[in-house]
Structure formats: structure tokens, C-alpha cells
Ligand binder design. Structure first.
Ligand code: GDP
Ligand code: IMO
Ligand code: MG
Length: 424
């Protein structure tokens, strides 16, 4: 048996879709354990580009079982649109399974996401607007609606009436907006429920069976470590646990079964949305990274903020996820830079340390300390053997391995499925 987890090590968009697709070629099951359609994972196969939001990247291999665990939040309209888009491209959905306990993103969650962001004004989080914060809030407040509730219309109506009594108070009394009605929501949902019904299962049982049969499982993370509700730059985070621990609670598997935790990291850093970003580059170099790396959000189309690699941030990801290896993507984007800066530590008042300042107050008081490494001019996108990389590119990777104490086993040199260097 082999159980591997892929997580984002930065603020999301590290290339988890591509790495999951590439590494899970021999997997039996590919499982999403958290987040919702706030995620946007790109997989490029030859001339074809797939942008997945909820459905695991394993769906591109017809024989793999793809699971959305209980920790994922499902927007019925969004997932059905994604399913139909895949079917139009002749991708089979026979092996797609959704856990019956997964919570549902309702139209009032999307509405409240927008209203809350507007209320915050300049202090907004910069969410994706997909209702993710509000749905996880209701889950924890024990007034969520789960996919199993949808399958029986009477039960759905009963639950929804109870919940709407409260949600409409919020919408009308706090925001002075039009309330939702049970009838309209149930009617709008009906076709989506019928499309989802055959895919709904108790997926923890499927995972248990796979573990017993010694099958290969791959857990595909969404978002990134610094967006984790506990381990991220709170409150500029998402409302779930994208870190490795989220696998156990978001898919129903015990930690003893996990063999490897792969942290995906870009060779530089990007962030969408608001919040602190100590190594951000508001200059020509930042623009160059954005242009060359095509750094625009898959889900919202927003330009991504770009900056230098942050080693204390990576060490934080190694620590809180128990990373056993790093997959470093987008090395090709750094080609052509004369000098490449890397943040190695932080100065906070009079002390210097290598702990990433997640806390807002500490972030505002901290100053990144950089080391400059020599760059390389060669195009590296055709290279597939580590030793053939320019010496300075090799040194860049070895510096990361040494600083983080974990090996970099895969190096991305282009967006396509095969544009990877495997390093022993
Ligand atoms: P995810 O959310 O972590 O799956 O990442 P996204 O798909 O949102 O963003 C990563 C982007 O980088 C996508 O456009 C990928 O096609 C692209 N990408 C992934 N790895 C590489 C790489 O090694 N080099 C280049 N140039 N692009 C890459
Ligand atoms: P993938 O899986 C990058 C960010 C949003 C915002 C914050 C909260 O593609 O890496 P939310 O809508 O979740 O309440 O927004 O989190 N965010 C992401 N940033 N990649 C993602 O997913 C993200 N999912 C959420 O931009 O700053
Ligand atoms: Mg993404």
C-alpha cells in the first residue's frame, strides 16, 4: 500500500494539479479532502488544458476512482457545470464519488460571502466569492445542509426551512437584502440533485476498503499551508484545513496509514487576495514573474501578486505538514534573471530568526533578510536530467533542500504533464 498526500506549501496555486496528475499515474484512488470550488487546478496534457475546481485531477485517467471526501464543500451548480464540461470532452465520470456527509454551498452562502466582503470594504479578505467562508461557518455552527439531506426532498425542505429562518434574519436584518425562499431554492436545486445522486456514497468505507486491499491512494490538496485557518496568515486565510492533517478529518483515514507528504512549492511565491506578503515585488521583476509565469487566478482571473522565494515560509510548511519531500514548480520562469533573491530569515525588532511571521502584527514589524544567488540564462524547459541543469539552477535547488531539510524530488520546468525533472 502507498498513501501519499499532496499539499500546497505557500498561498495556493503552486501547481498541485499538475503534480498530482503527474505523480498519481499509478494511483488507484485520487481524493480531495477539503476546500471547494475556490480551488482552480490546471492540468495540461499535450494541446489540451483542463481547469478543475472540485473534481480531483485523477479524473483524466478513466480507471482511477476519484473521491470528494466529507471535508470538501460542494456547490451543486458548480460541480454539475464542471461534470458536464468534462463529459463534453469525453471524460468519463463513472468513477466519481462524493461523500454523503459533504456540506453543500447554498445560494445564500455565495450571497453572504459577497455582502460580508462589501461590508469590510478596505479590510476585505479578497475571497473567491464562492461562499466558502459562510458554508464552513454554518458547518461548525451545526446548521449546515449536507448532501445526504438533499437526496430526500421532504427532509431537505424541512431542514432548509429551519435554516432559512436564521439565514434570512442575517440577510434582512444585517444587510437589508431580499430573503431567500425554500420553494425557489428546492426548485433550482432539483436538476443538480438528480445529476449528483448516483455519485453519492459513504466514501470513508471506500477508502477503508482500498487500504485493506493495499491499493495506492493519492490525496490532492487544495489551497495552501499559508491559507490554513490555523497555520496561515489569519484572518487572510480560507476557512478550512488545507494542511496534511486535513486529510484525516476530511476523508476519514487514520494518520498511521500515510507514507509521504509532498509539499508543492513554486520557485518563487505568489498570492491572490489580500493579506501580508513580506517578499512581494511591486516592481518590474514582479511584473516579469507575472507575465512569464502567466500568474492569473484560474478561479477568478485576478492577477496574482508575485515575490521572492521565502525559506522561513517553506520551513513552516515542512513543520506543520510533516513534509517528506518538496515538488518545486516553475523553475523555468526564473531563467534569465541575473540575480535571484531568497528570503532566508526575518529581523523582528532586534532579533533575527527563521520563523515565518504568520501573525499580522509580527508581519508588519518584521523585515525580510535576503541572500542573492546567481541566476542562469539558458532555457531549461527541455531538460529532464538534474545534472544537465545550469550549475546555478542546481545550486538554487540544493540550497532549498539544505535549508528545509527535505529533498526536492520533482522539479517543474514547464506547465505540461511531462515537463518535470525527477531527482533522486
Ligand atoms: P494549483 O491550484 O496548485 O493546481 O495551481 P494552478 O493551476 O492554479 O496554477 C499553477 C499554474 O502554473 C498553472 O497555469 C500550471 O499550468 C502552471 N505550471 C505548473 N507547473 C509549472 C511549471 O513547472 N512551469 C510552468 N511554466 N508552469 C507551470
Ligand atoms: P488552489 O487550490 C489561491 C484565497 C483567496 C483569498 C482567501 C480566502 O487553486 O491553490 P475563500 O474564497 O477561500 O474564502 O478565499 O483564500 N484562495 C486561494 N488562493 N489558490 C486557491 O486554491 C485558493 N483558494 C482560496 O484568494 O485570499
Ligand atoms: Mg489554483
Amino acid at each position: 500500500m502507498s498513501v501519499k498526500i499532496v499539499v500546497g506549501s505557500q498561498w495556493g496555486d503552486e501547481g498541485k494539479g499538475k503534480i498530482t496528475d503527474m505523480l498519481s499515474q499509478t494511483a488507484d484512488l485520487v481524493v480531495r479532502f477539503g476546500g471547494g470550488n475556490n480551488a482552480g487546478h490546471t492540468v495540461i496534457v499535450g494541446e489540451e488544458k483542463f481547469e478543475l475546481h472540485l473534481i480531483p485531477s485523477g479524473i483524466l485517467y478513466p480507471e482511477k476512482k476519484c473521491i470528494l471526501g466529507n471535508g470538501v464543500v460542494i456547490d451543486p451548480e458548480a460541480i454539475v457545470e464542471e461534470m458536464e464540461g468534462l463529459e463534453d470532452r469525453d471524460i468519463s465520470l463513472d468513477n466519481l464519488f462524493i461523500d454523503e456527509s459533504a456540506h453543500i454551498v447554498m445560494p445564500y452562502h455565495r450571497k453572504l460571502d459577497g455582502l460580508e466582503e462589501a461590508r469590510k470594504g478596505n479590510g476585505k479578505i479578497g475571497t473567491t466569492g464562492k461562499g466558502i467562508g459562510p458554508v464552513y461557518t454554518d458547518k461548525v455552527a451545526r446548521r449546515g445542509i449536507r448532501i445526504m439531506d438533499l437526496l430526500d426532498e421532504e427532509r431537505f425542505k424541512r431542514k432548509l426551512s429551519d435554516v432559512l429562518e436564521y439565514k434570512n434574519l442575517e440577510i434582512e436584518k444585517i444587510y437589508n437584502e431580499t430573503p431567500f425562499t425554500v420553494e425557489k431554492i428546492v426548485e433550482d436545486m432539483r436538476p443538480y440533485i438528480e445529476k449528483l445522486r448516483p455519485h453519492v456514497k459513504n466514501t470513508a468505507l471506500m477508502i477503508e476498503e482500498a487500504v485493506k486491499k493495499d491499493e495506492k491512494l493519492f490525496f490532492e490538496g487544495a489551497q495552501g499551508t499559508l491559507l490554513d485557518i490555523d497555520y496561515g496568515t489569519y484572518p487572510y486565510v480560507t476557512s478550512s484545513h488545507p494542511t496534511a492533517g486535513g486529510v484525516c478529518t476530511g476523508a476519514g483515514i487514520g494518520p498511521v496509514h500515510v507514507d509521504d507528504v509532498i509539499g508543492v512549492a513554486k520557485a518563487y511565491v505568489t498570492r491572490v487576495g489580500e493579506g501580508p506578503f513580506p517578499t512581494e515585488l511591486n516592481n518590474e521583476t514582479g511584473e516579469m514573474l507575472r507575465d512569464k509565469g502567466h500568474e492569473y487566478g484560474v478561479t477568478t482571473g485576478r492577477p496574482r501578486r508575485c515575490g521572492w522565494l521565502d525559506i522561513p515560509m517553506l520551513k513552516h510548511a515542512v513543520r506543520v505538514n510533516g513534509l517528506t519531500e518538496i515538488a518545486l514548480t516553475k523553475m523555468d520562469v526564473l531563467s534569465g534573471l541575473k540575480g535571484i533573491k531568497v528570503c532566508t530569515s526575518y529581523r523582528n525588532k532586534d532579533s533575527v530568526n527563521d520563523v515565518f511571521p504568520c501573525d499580522l502584527q509580527r508581519a508588519s514589524e518584521s523585515k525580510a533578510i535576503y541572500e542573492t544567488l546567481e541566476g542562469w540564462t539558458e532555457d531549461i524547459s527541455e531538460i529532464r536530467i538534474f545534472e544537465k541543469l545550469p550549475l546555478n539552477a542546481q545550486k538554487y535547488i540544493e540550497m532549498i533542500e539544505e535549508a528545509c531539510g527535505v529533498p526536492v524530488k520533482n522539479i517543474g520546468v514547464g506547465p505540461e504533464r511531462n515537463e518535470v525533472i525527477k531527482k533522486d
